[in-house]
Design a binder for this molecule. Sequence first.
Ligand code: ARG
Length: 459
Amino acid sequence: MVKLWAGRTDANTNKVADDFNSSIGFDSKMYEQDIKGSLAHVLMLKKQGIISADDYSKISDGLIEILEDLKSGTLNIDFSCEDIHTFVETELISRIGETGKKLHTARSRNDQVATDLKLYLKDKTADIIKMTVSLIDALVFQAENNLDAIMPGYTHLQRAQPISFAFHMCAYCMMFLRDKDRLTDAVKRMNYSPLGSCALAGTGYDTDREFTAKELGFDGISMNAEDAVSDRDYCVELLSAYSVLMMHMSRLSEEIIMWSSWEFGFVKLDDGFTTGSSIMPQKKNPDMAELVRGKTGRVYGDLFAMLTVLKGLPLAYNKDLQEDKESIFDAIETVTGCLDVFAPMVKTMKTQKDKMLSAAKKGFINATDVADYLTKKGMPFRDAYKLSGQLVTYCEGNGKVLDEVTLEEYKKMSELFEEDIYESIDLSNCVNSRNSEGGTSSEQVKKQIDFIKKSIKIC
Ligand code: ARG
């Protein structure tokens, strides 16, 4: 195995130990970030007069060629190297000779790996933010097409009050907007360069860390070298933000799975996002939503793996930290895969407004509106609530819904009832009368849609 650290020992480690120690199998994903980090580093070394302009040109040309060759597939990664840093440096030395050995001046793999990982996570998180915006876009599309779709709103999974499907879609948009903000915020907090912190204590060379930070798109430099090489808070924060995002997708998955059942029938998923059964020809299974729900547990697991790796770690770098990558890479692939399938699945699903409405007509979801009606006519709310409850019991006993109770029957319960009770309990009026800020009325939902659209434009 190719190692950079032969010297103190002859580096003849046991083959099994070598394989166990190696991270190139997963950190090779960061080759581009590794080379970009090295390019910024070597430019700084030249600017500071630590290496000559000639050496700089050789090293940077060599690195650029390696990057191009890796991208085009002309060069294959040598998986016998310990890690991606070793591979790039070894390849550089084999291409340009002795000068290549100057690249690692005033740097350590400890600050290098932290820099690479931050760069990689920033890139991937930017993709995840974009995909989250596409999902919000799909949800707004559904909201705009379903402003008039009345469905039961639930608490305890019991029909509670009538709402519009648009309102329900906006609720999810708010969650995903928070996810977008959480990810943006986490990136902002991690956006300080560890490069130049070296092994743990800084360096005696006259380096310019602000320069490399700027070159690499960081907002500034980390202020303590020992912290910089030991810190993986940003992995925990991102994993936690990915977990919350997955949790939101999982909750919506659960609803989509229920809604596409015969029992609900509120939505029909596009055939492209369902599967059939090998034995039951009538089946149309919401596998994508189920998988998203299932994979949520996996991302939570990645978060807990990371937290557990860090618990009890003394400063500064410990090899345990190599374990940061597999969990966060797995989370990124999982979240990306889920968002990739989820946004178009949501966008193409068809609502069945008639099914929603007929569910809304059952279950006395306008009983609160009867109580509100009486309260507006002067009855104290607590009494009105009780009387509405008695009306529901009466209806149940007589096989009626509230709209079918005659005015005479209403009047027997209270003289306050007039002909306008029917208007007050009409489901569409019930939805639109909830016009308080953030409510389900179409006026409020339109405001919510505007807010959501504005929020996704500025990203
Ligand atoms: N492959 C290592 C990692 O991912 C790179 C850092 C190695 N540093 C060291 N002191 N062994 O953590």
